[in-house]
Design a binder for this molecule. Structure first.
Ligand code: FES
Length: 206
């Protein structure tokens, strides 16, 4: 697997690494694809809502560390509103690209940052917790990356149907029968959706 020089630089000398003292908010996310984890701490100016300091801890691969490093650089000094607009694609571009099979690592870093921002906003009355709906499932499926091309399965129009009734989430995905990532995608969908307490069963049809 070939990494850009920038990935290697951030992996060897990660920026913003470590826990912050008395952070205003912390969040941890795990990647269903590989089991790796990232934690992010934020210090936020309550008046300007600017991220004044940020620190991360990573329990994962080189891309995990490199993307957490770049994402914390990108978020530092931004308002919460601007920081949550940072996308995993921008993070990967900032690193001069990631191998397609490693794109989920940048999703993990961005997800963790967004989770921390969301939790700060909810705890400070700046946002309301979203009611769970079918849309929540579709949003979550945008975090599932098709490793062959490094794009998410919703943008690639591989998701043909999403249903949610009485705790059962049904997802119909179009993956060719000969595709080597078929089972991998189904497993990742199940892992992503299992984290919602509203979902008691996940049915994936390929
Ligand atoms: Fe696990 Fe990269 S392989 S985050």
């Amino acid at each position: 697997m070939k990494y850009s020089q920038k990935v290697l630089d951030h992996f060897m000398n990660p920026h913003n690494i470590g826990k912050l003292e008395n952070p205003d908010i912390s969040a941890t996310e795990g990647s269903p694809a590989c089991g790796d984890q990232v934690s992010i701490d934020l210090k936020i100016n309550p008046k300007t809502l600017v991220i004044e300091d940020i620190g991360f801890q990573s329990y994962g691969c080189a891309s995990n560390i490199a993307t957490a490093s770049i994402i914390t650089d990108m978020a530092k000094g931004k308002t919460l509103e601007d920081a949550k607009q940072v996308t995993w694609k921008e993070a990967a571009e900032e690193l001069d690209g990631l191998p397609p099979a490693k794109m989920h690592c940048s999703v993990l870093a961005v997800d963790t940052l967004r989770k921390a921002i969301k939790e700060y906003e909810i705890s400070h009355g700046l946002a309301k917790a979203e009611a769970f709906s079918k849309l929540t499932i579709v949003k979550e499926l945008k975090q599932v990356i098709y490793p062959k091309v490094g794009e998410d399965i919703v943008s690639l129009k591989m998701v043909k149907y999403v249903g949610f009734k009485e705790g059962v989430a049904t997802v119909d995905v179009d993956v060719p029968s000969f595709d080597q990532y078929r089972e991998n995608i189904a497993e990742e969908i199940r892992e992503h959706l299992k984290q919602f307490p509203e979902i008691t069963k996940v049915i994936v049809t390929l």
